[in-house]
Design a protein around this ligand. Structure first.
Ligand code: FES
Length: 380
């Protein structure tokens, strides 16, 4: 029996969203608009394994703080390279140790409020004016640690410490991502967007190309919108692949690559792009020559911060004259087309009589996500 309580949503509407494909409906309107639902998601979805960003952002001897919406996590890497994660809260009176989004290469973590100091392993070094205080036991006042895992260059944390084993969380996605050697890729560019849409609207949009012929003319020139297939395999993710048109090397405005195809890809991987949503908040787009990721942080029911990054093989990124613009320009344009549609969906769903609609036969990828969410909301 699961100990997760049901989300504050209508049970009959959730049952419809979880019904077999072909007869199901989208999630109820409140799933996208309600503060109470977001609070439930933060407690039960965004508290187990979730992505915090790229591990290369935390250099040996470095610190970085990341916000995950309603709280912060402090990541540290000691000079030997070991990554650790802690709650970004001082053990004295809770001040954040680093502002979220900030980095430092300081040798010790010093709280900016009253200067308690900590090592990279979270242990307390000292607290001003406590020398004479009886029963002050430094060994009990280390930072609260958070379970952390590096996976192909991404950092994941599990705040609860009780989420399933990371290997089963990722499941069969391991074999799909491994040939791209994503852990060795170098991020060449990052864009941050704040989108006025619920985080699930963005995942749903990513899971289908039913909309592509309407809003993505540039994408349709390099990838047939009805091509490919969605897959259902073990792991807490959903996804599928789409073809590149004959003669197209990658997703770019002219279909040409400004880089080099990755060394270990097979024929299928060289002629397709794999789109994966690792739940709850990481979208990975595996191209023959680069990997793009979108990391989502819900800021409110109707607002999501999206960090999009483009990573390339290290020798390609370091080559003289290399520019990531061929990939970045294409996807920045496509992203903005998507965000505009997602924001319109969010506004449309606010209409008082909006009801969840049915899914088209091409939207099986959306169904995989929506039905997973419906089951999670049911407390199963
Ligand atoms: Fe950090 Fe006081 S809150 S030293």
């Amino acid at each position: 029996m699961s100990s997760i309580p049901p989300a504050p949503l209508d049970a009959a509407q959730l049952a419809l969203a979880a019904a077999p494909f072909g007869s199901s409906r989208m999630l109820p309107r409140a799933a996208y608009l309600s503060d109470d639902v977001l609070a439930w998601e933060r407690e039960h979805l965004f508290s187990g394994w979730m992505c915090l960003g790229r591990s290369a952002e935390i250099k040996p001897g470095g610190l970085r703080a990341e916000s995950v919406g309603d709280y912060g996590v402090l990541l540290t890497r000691d000079p030997e390279g070991e990554l650790r994660a802690f709650e970004n809260a001082c053990r004295h009176r809770g001040h954040e140790l680093l502002p979220c989004g900030g980095s430092s290469d300081a040798k010790a973590i010093v709280c900016p409020y009253h200067a308690w100091s900590y090592r990279h392993d979270g242990s307390l070094i000292g607290a001003p004016h406590f020398k004479e205080v009886e029963k002050f036991d430094k060994s009990t006042l280390g930072l609260k640690s958070v379970r952390v895992q590096e996976w192909h260059g991404w950092v994941f944390v599990d705040r609860t410490g009780a989420a399933e084993d990371f290997t089963s969380y990722i499941g069969e996605l391991e074999g799909i991502v491994a040939p791209y050697d994503a852990g060795t890729l170098v991020t060449a560019e990052t864009h941050t967007y704040e989108v006025a849409a619920n985080w699930k609207v963005i995942v749903e949009n990513y899971q289908e190309c039913y909309h592509c012929s309407m809003i993505h003319p540039e994408l349709c020139r390099v990838s047939p919108p009805t091509s490919g297939e969605n897959v259902e395999l073990p792991g807490n993710w959903v996804g599928g692949w789409m073809d590149l048109r004959q003669g197209a090397e990658t997703m770019s405005l002219d279909g040409r690559s400004g880089g080099v195809a990755m060394a270990r890809l097979d024929e299928h991987e060289l002629s397709t792009v794999m789109y994966v949503a690792v739940l709850p908040n990481l979208l990975i787009s595996l191209h023959p020559d680069y990997v793009m990721t979108h990391q989502l942080v819900p800021l409110s029911p109707g607002t999501t911060r999206i960090t999009c990054s483009w990573a390339f093989p290290a020798d390609v990124a370091a080559a003289e004259g290399f520019s990531p613009a061929y990939a970045v320009d294409f996807w920045d344009l496509t992203n903005r087309q998507d965000w505009s549609a997602c924001e319109s969906v969010q506004r449309g769903m606010a209409a008082p009589h909006y009801e969840a609609g049915p899914l088209a036969p091409d939207e099986d990828g959306v169904y995989h996500f929506v039905s997973k969410m419906a089951r999670a909301y049911q407390g199963s």
